[in-house]
Design a protein around this ligand. Sequence first.
Ligand SMILES: CC(C)(COP(=O)(O)OP(=O)(O)OC[C@H]1O[C@@H](n2cnc3c(N)ncnc32)[C@H](O)[C@@H]1OP(=O)(O)O)[C@@H](O)C(=O)NCCC(=O)NCCS
Length: 193
Amino acid sequence: MQAMSLPAPSLQTGRLRLRPFDDDDATDLFALQSSAHVLRYWDAPPWSERRQADRFITACRQMAEQGTGVRLAVDRLADGAFIGWCALNGWNPDHRRVSLGYCYDDDVWGHGYATEAAAALLGWAFDRLELNRVQAETDTRNVASVRVLEKLGFLREGRLREDCVVNGEVSDSFVYGLIRREWRPPSEPAPAR
Ligand SMILES: CC(C)(COP(=O)(O)OP(=O)(O)OC[C@H]1O[C@@H](n2cnc3c(N)ncnc32)[C@H](O)[C@@H]1OP(=O)(O)O)[C@@H](O)C(=O)NCCC(=O)NCCS
């Protein structure tokens, strides 16, 4: 059976624009994913080669063509700067389940951007796909990511012991889940005064 394509959408929130990646994003994406600080709780080492960025962008297009997920670049509306990305990976239409992931530049952490972008992507996905469950996993030390998931309404469902080994460092992960009937779009942050 021919898989259904899943074209990546463009979405706008109060402060952000989410859009498909293009080749010109490779430089910014490499800068982000090669930062040891940004990737300190990631399930893989920071990138060391620029072609990893090119491969990521190619994979975004393949995901859209094959309907296996959606990865969107996130720009700040105020200045058009690329600040990171968020994604729904591994879309399984039989189980109606997908996994959420995201990564942002440390310069912009703490402004609610990750939550705002994920809420827009989840809203789109619950509307557009017959989605029932969204899953997310995070390093148990990643307090900011735990907080993002909880602000989005995800529930902690368990702990995967010694789930990842990155450069010899062993870490546990939390599993979080959000079921369609629990989904409530978080309210947008109040405009800055
Ligand atoms: C995790 C990440 C996406 C959060 O992005 P962000 O834009 O800062 O997220 P938000 O501002 O929406 O929310 C972060 C929340 O964590 C809280 N937080 C951050 N660091 C914290 C800490 N050390 N202790 C307690 N709370 C903390 C913030 O206060 C905020 O909660 P609040 O709104 O209740 O105040 C960002 O840090 C990131 O990209 N990290 C690197 C990649 C990564 O780890 N991705 C997740 C992999 S599972």
